[in-house]
Design a protein around this ligand. Structure first.
Ligand code: 13P
Ligand code: SF4
Length: 311
């Protein structure tokens, strides 16, 4: 009974959202960590790179971002003439919080010769201090653009920084940041899962610790993981990233089996977006995400360099 009522509420909200979306000439972008019912109302679902590409090229007047602050900020940097909505302004990213503008400025002063690459999971003002941006999908490609004799400062994820250094064979000094959702996944937990599901392939996001990445059959961004499953003949997978990704995986492959590496891999910020908040945001055209023009212009250079590399 309760399930039926919930389904009806979702159906009603979804219909209302569709009406308001058309009225506002809006596009809805959703990250794959979003709750299932949010992914179902989106025009585009994907990883940070794919969603920033969509934000840069959309003809819609309003971009409603179902994700976290740095993703909506990236859309606002790329599409300054559009209204960018984030239905819940408190949806942040604890990893981005680990690299404040003051700290990054200080580090750059200590390493004035270094090329600065900032992971897209960072504040707009940190991107503005960077030579390049990258996402988990193209960190290796971006690092490879830098000459091998050039030192790189990579901000803020230590695990992605290390992964990019190994794959690109570049000299990378990485920041001390991390994503708690991924970094807390232990080798012991993964080995236990592998023992329980010996036939399964292990797919890992590069924000996981190096000892977990070392066990992987594939390491990639969330979209990389979705694409890997699509192209694989295997029917069982252990998924080492935020559990929201299981929704599109199961939906696209109902005949396959997906096991979360740990049920604890839940990003609380990603779950702050609800259908009610999306509807309210479309109706009121708030909260809007804006980036001060001086910061936006500088951050845009780093973002455009990245998009050019990943065209
Ligand atoms: P992706 O770019 O791989 O989707 O990752 C974003 C993120 O926040 C991972 O925690
Ligand atoms: Fe940030 Fe981690 Fe959440 Fe991704 S999963 S948004 S890196 S806190």
């Amino acid at each position: 009974m309760l399930q039926k009522t919930k389904k009806l509420t979702i159906k009603k909200s979804t219909e209302e959202i569709q009406t308001w979306k058309d009225k506002r000439k809006a596009v809805i972008l959703a990250h794959v960590y979003q709750p299932g019912e949010i992914q179902d109302i989106a025009d585009f679902i994907g990883d940070s790179l794919y969603l920033s590409q969509q934000a840069a090229q959309t003809k819609a007047e309003v971009i409603l971002f179902c994700g976290v602050q740095f993703m909506a900020e990236t859309a606002a940097i790329l599409s300054p003439k559009k209204i960018v909505l984030l239905p819940e302004m408190h949806a942040g990213c604890s990893m981005a919080d680990m690299a404040t503008v003051e700290e990054v400025k200080k580090k750059i002063q200590e390493m004035p010769q270094a090329t600065v690459i900032s992971y897209v999971n960072s504040f707009a003002a940190v991107k503005a201090l960077s030579d390049y941006c990258c996402t988990s999908a193209n960190a290796v490609e971006v690092a490879r653009v830098v000459s091998p004799d050039q030192e790189i400062l990579f901000i803020p994820d230590k695990n992605l920084g290390q992964f990019a250094a190994t794959r690109s064979r570049r000299k990378i000094t990485h920041w001390r940041g991390y994503c708690a959702v991924h970094n807390n996944l232990s080798k012991k937990t993964v080995l236990k899962m592998k023992q329980e599901h010996p036939q399964a392939l292990l797919l890992v996001h590069p924000e996981c610790p190096p000892e977990v990445c070392a066990l992987a059959d594939y390491i990639g961004s969330t979209k990389g993981i979705l694409d890997f499953v699509k192209g694989s003949k295997t029917s069982e997978f252990i998924i080492a990233t935020e559990i929201g990704i299981l929704y599109p995986l199961q939906k696209a492959h109902p005949d396959k089996y997906f096991y979360p590496a740990s049920e604890e891999m839940v990003c609380p910020d990603m779950k702050l977006i609800t259908l009610e908040k999306v509807l309210a945001s479309l109706k009121s055209l708030t909260p809007q995400v804006r980036v001060p023009e001086a910061i936006r212009k500088k951050a845009l250079i780093a973002l455009e360099r990245m998009l050019e590399i990943s065209k």
